[in-house]
Ligand binder design. Structure first.
Ligand SMILES: Cc1cc2nc3c(=O)[nH]c(=O)nc-3n(C[C@H](O)[C@H](O)[C@H](O)COP(=O)(O)O)c2cc1C
Length: 330
């Protein structure tokens, strides 16, 4: 039997399949099913800075309705602020503790953050609750025309969290940075244990019959694996941390491609919504069968075999316009 184990964030994983952060990972029952299906680790549903602030606002609105607060200067505000934050956090810490208690796989907590402010203290508490690692979903919105320096903001966030924690910290990033490859290399040099390439943004669509804006595709499509694949191949030899591929990895074969490009692990979400949690087993069987067919006994024998450094014509990963390719069409 092939050895599917891999190292990610300094953790030894029994195989490269990590369930990415999503609603499914907010339930310990589901996490247990994921473990049974073969998942090597799970990233919990994110706790959002925004979520905490909204909760505070909701509490304030309710309190105002009940005439508990008369002015914005009320001292009650301080108490409510603290209290509501505590409640959201405690629920999350309970999830970490329960997931740790009831499973044997690494549990990676997740914080969706946009600044280096309040939530940084949460990171310490998440660590104390027993999380094996922390993933920061650094959600810098590229439609924001006021934010000047996304790269600097991301690095500041990372530095602050690293000061507070000793568990491995991964960052999940979008592909909307200026000079993406350079930025990712710089971020990898901050001391993070890993990067997740890439986060996937919600996209708006327009209904042309009833004139409203709706969500385009909640789930990725299987051909979306190509963008992470390019950057995986380009960067896996250059970055100073481990790498997980994310977005569009629906099947065993796309996981294999990411490993060939140099990924240490992959994260899967949409495929589990579309094909069920048990589909993890199919992906792992496909990986094992492929390895057997190629005569590989371990992931290390082929990881990065098709990375930038290891192919005869690495420019194939750099080329953005495929003139020859397009000129043959039509
Ligand atoms: C329903 C749903 C909920 C999600 N919630 C989160 C979340 O809380 N935090 C996060 O970092 N990513 C979240 N994501 C993004 C996924 O972790 C992942 O990055 C994205 O779906 C791309 O991977 P995929 O192609 O395997 O779906 C969510 C995705 C879906 C579909």
């Amino acid at each position: 039997m092939a050895d599917l184990s891999t190292k990610y964030l300094g953790l030894t994983l029994k195989n490269p399949v990590i369930v990415g952060s999503c609603e499914l990972t907010s339930s310990v029952e589901n996490i247990k099913k994921m473990e049974t299906a073969g998942a090597a680790a799970v990233v919990l549903k994110s706790i959002f800075e925004e979520e905490i602030l909204l909760e505070v606002k909701k509490y304030l609105d309710d309190a105002a309705k009940n005439s508990l607060i008369y002015t914005e200067l009320s001292e009650t505000l301080d108490y409510i602020d603290l209290h509501t934050k505590q409640e959201t956090l405690n629920n999350y810490l309970d999830l970490v503790k329960k997931a740790k208690k009831e499973t044997l796989i690494p549990i990676i907590a997740s914080i969706n953050c946009v600044s280096d402010s309040e939530w940084v203290d949460f990171a310490e508490k998440i660590q104390a609750a027993g999380a094996d690692a922390l993933e920061l979903n650094i959600f810098l919105n590229p439609t924001d025309s006021k934010e000047k320096d996304f790269e600097k903001t991301a690095i500041n966030i990372i530095k602050k969290v690293l000061k507070k924690t000793s568990i491995p910290v991964a960052v999940k990033l979008s592909n909307c940075f200026t000079n993406l490859a350079h930025t990712l290399v710089r971020i990898s040099e901050t001391g993070v244990a890993g990067m997740v390439l890439f986060n996937r943004f919600y996209s708006p669509d327009i209904d042309i019959d009833y004139f409203y804006v709706m969500a385009a595709n909640k789930f990725s499509s299987p051909d979306e694996f190509v963008k992470p694949l390019r950057y995986m191949a380009l960067l896996s030899d250059k970055v100073k941390c481990s790498l997980a591929a994310s977005t569009g990895i629906h099947y065993g074969n796309t996981m294999i491609k990411q490993l060939l490009a140099g990924a240490d692990a992959v994260q899967v979400v949409s495929t589990l919504y579309l094909n069920g949690i048990d589909y993890i087993t199919t992906m792992l069987t496909d990986l094992e069968n492929w390895m057997q067919g190629k005569g590989y006994f371990s992931i290390g024998q082929f990881k990065g075999k098709m990375s930038y450094k290891n192919i005869p014509n690495p420019a194939l990963y750099e080329r953005m316009q495929f003139m020859k390719h397009y000129s043959r069409i039509g």
